[in-house]
Design a protein around this ligand. Structure first.
Ligand code: ATP
Ligand code: MG
Length: 371
């Protein structure tokens, strides 16, 4: 494949390095003031900070939609300003708020746009578009529709699919999920994390939402007024060791955010209250979770229930060791008995975790944060 021509750094993810980069706009406004930063290859770097502090300017300098006034940006070790502007821009995926889809093109054609520009046959590009739709969790049947016929969340997924279509080494995302409601937003975040586990792109992501930053980031960069960087660190370090009061205030109460960081891998689910298969009991003394022969949760059996009685739906489960503590807590709170349902990655039930046994782990972390 001739993708070296199209991709600024050839195959695989590329690091993005800012070296003393500044942007002064023609009217004299300093958008970005001499930043030094490395966005590691294959990792998610998230830019946060108050409005007007230079996040979008920094992002757009990466694909040269904005030209730095001074300093340089290296992509995969190569100076971005030495690369052909058009191919550079097409070789870097770009996702914005409201997806920015072409309204008069079908979904499949939207996704196929850049590959076709780069010389892929339209028929082939459309087939690839269908594949990409599946990857981002969209029904391929939507390929024939137009953007206005899709929900905000679906449009955002199309935006991600379109950005991935040229298999770019770098993906830029400027507040991509901020126009959708919180539930859809959570879905989109989880989908992006799942996708990133497969594709391992270098992602630079801008958000105003610290929870989103903590959930997605390998590294968070806090910008401050004047277009400088206050702190660039892992989410853990940022929350536990903010370098100054500005960062501490900006990152806010970290207690809740910790739940989005904490792993569930140490939890030991218990199976006493799980009923495998149907009809293996006479009458129950307490709530139990019924599971089918394949281990999938069927629902909760009330105390006093006998085989065949109606089940109370199991509204939320969490994948042990994959989902974070916050998911476990949600699962416990949404169950009728305060029991979180732990599964493996194929959604087979591993057992139950009660609320009191989640608490010590959480308190332990909270005291570390607030010490
Ligand atoms: N074309 C332009 N001409 C002049 N000034 C600009 C231009 N674009 C941006 N600026 C200014 O540069 C600064 C940084 O803007 P930028 O868009 O990078 O901020 P941001 O951090 O993305 O803000 P937001 O969170 O509101 O999106 C702001 O003061 C802005 O007003
Ligand atoms: Mg912006």
């Amino acid at each position: 494949m001739a993708s070296d021509i199209h991709h600024p750094a050839g195959h695989g993810p590329a690091s993005v390095v800012f070296e003393s980069v500044s942007k002064r706009y023609p009217d004299g406004t300093v958008g970005v003031d001499s930043i030094d930063l490395e966005c590691e290859a294959g990792k998610v770097t998230v830019f946060v900070g108050p409005s007007g502090c230079g996040k979008t300017t920094s992002l757009r300098m990466i694909n040269r939609m904005i030209t730095p006034t001074s300093g340089r940006i290296l992509i995969g070790g190569r100076n971005a300003s030495d690369l052909d502007e058009g191919t550079l821009r097409r070789g870097i995926g770009y996702v914005i708020q409201n997806a920015g889809l072409f309204p008069h093109r079908t979904i499949a054609d939207n996704i196929a746009t850049v590959p076709v520009l780069l010389g892929t046959k339209p028929r082939v590009a459309r087939l690839q578009a269908i594949e990409l739709m599946e990857r981002v969790g969209l029904d391929p049947a939507l390929g024939r529709k137009y953007p206005y016929q899709l929900s905000g969340g679906q449009q955002q997924r199309v935006g991600v699919a379109r950005a991935l279509a040229a298999d770019p080494p770098v993906l830029l995302m400027d507040e991509p999920f901020s126009a959708v409601d919180p539930v859809v937003r959570l879905d989109l975040q989880n989908e992006l994390l799942r996708l990133q586990r497969d594709i391992g792109k270098t992602i630079v992501f801008v958000t105003h939402d610290m929870d989103e930053a903590v959930r997605l980031a390998d590294r968070i960069v806090v910008f401050q007024r004047g277009g400088t960087i206050a702190q660039a660190d892992t989410p853990e370090r940022l929350l536990t060791e903010p370098v100054n009061a500005f960062v501490r205030d900006f990152t806010g109460d970290s207690g809740i955010k910790w739940l989005s960081l904490m792993s569930t891998s140490g939890i030991e689910p218990r199976t006493e209250r799980v009923v495998y298969g149907a009809g293996t009991f006479s009458e129950l003394d307490q709530w139990r979770l019924q599971v089918d022969d394949d281990g999938q949760a069927l629902g909760w059996l009330r105390p006093g229930a006998t085989a065949g009685d109606e089940l109370v739906p199991c509204r939320r489960t969490f994948v042990l060791g994959v989902d974070v503590m916050r998911s476990a807590l949600d699962s416990a709170l949404l169950s009728p008995v305060g029991q979180a349902v732990a599964t493996d990655s194929s959604h087979r039930v591993l057992g139950l975790v009660d609320f009191p046994s989640l608490e010590p782990a959480i308190n332990n972390h909270r005291s570390r944060v607030h010490a």
